[in-house]
Ligand binder design. Sequence first.
Ligand code: GLU
Length: 483
Amino acid sequence: MSETRVRFAPSPTGYLHVGGLRTALYNFLFARKNNGKFILRIEDTDRNRYVEGAVENLIESLKWCGLDYDEGPDKAGEFGPYMQSQRLDIYKKYADDLIAKEHAYFCFCTPERLQTLKEEQAAQKLPQAKYDKHCLSLSKNEIEDKLANGIPHVVRLNVILNQKIIFDDIIRKRVEFESNNVDDQVLIKSDGYPTYHMANVVDDHMMQISHVIRGEEWLSSTPKHVLLYDFFGWEKPIFAHLPLLLNPDRSKLSKRQGDVAVEDYRAKGFLKEALVNFVALLGWNAGNDKEFYYMNELIESFSLERVNNSGAVFDFEKLNWINAEHLRKKSNEELLTLLKFEIENSELRIENYSDSYLLQIIDAMKERVNFVKEYLTKSPYFFEAPTEYEEASRLKNWKPETPEQLVVLKNKFTQLNNPSKEDYETVLKQAASELNISAGKLIHPLRLALSGISTGPGMYDLLFILGKGEVINRINTALNTLR
Ligand code: GLU
């Protein structure tokens, strides 16, 4: 196999898990780095787990993250269809081949018999339940009879006992399993659908997949796949099993400890660049301590050889940090696009704010926000006049003498013509000196009047951005409200 062809093969169970994103990302990076192809294949053969809209959702999340695939359900390619539910005939044909070669067999055991077997094995304290090859001894006639009578059945893999199953994995190195520990896996279920193992191997072969890069939870399935490749006489792909994702307490990453769906992070306002950067570092580093990456740098630096084999801890603090870093590196123009998008998705009306006004807010707030939505939550006063005033600041800064002092200041502002930042500063200092008070005695209540809160950008930036008319209105409102 000369061309690098890799695939992301999710089962559409509802959303894209961050672990899935990591698998997809590593496949994508590997393909792009090696001028290969990245394929999206939907493994939807488990009808019980089918979730309406899950495929669309998955595709949407992948695209949002910038993981463009070369072939997939909505992107025709030479090896389609890319939805397993549309390939059932193919699996059936290959299952028949295996049966003919006695590498697979029909099993007619009832769920009751299988349950009893399981209980017996549990009582014997066997490490895992295994099918006892009961139906392997059925005669040809018995099988034909049962099939003719429509007795429900499955097709099982005929694992040969007392063998070592050995394969190489780029990350785990040499991996060995005893065939006695491998179950006679069901390949075709009683509903006629293939199991994951069967469909996965057939498709990886037919789609000419060169490298299987997937989560470690699939490692224990790999011996079954290796047997299938051998039984079919097919060349095996190169395997790479990615380390588990862990919660900070080193338990398996779970919904209970935080969000696991890409769409949740998106909704929380994380930048896609940041999520991708963060996820890339879950189990991989370039051999140095670089932590800030753009996608093109990831493509350049990525290699499977540098993926660790120990679990990767999902560190939310680090994700926040990476997000803030990406946000700060953005140009004001890029931020403008993001901010406008945020406004459009809020209760505010975008037509109330000109681009130049928003750009001034961006300039003033850039160093103070970690998320785009914080432009709205940390400085709501740029978008709407305050209707409430922070109690603590009011108690501290709004003294009985404050109103008359602010009136002096307001009158000076009124006389200004098209004031610059410096004009506001000059006038405020003049007012303070005439009143024989420190500038702070004016600045704190003025900030409260203008913004309703006690933190924000520099006073003169605030005045300048709001503009004289708005400044005077807000002072008047505060004078009427805060007596
Ligand atoms: N359908 C499997 C999943 O949901 C694919 C595992 C593999 O990549 O082989 O993750």
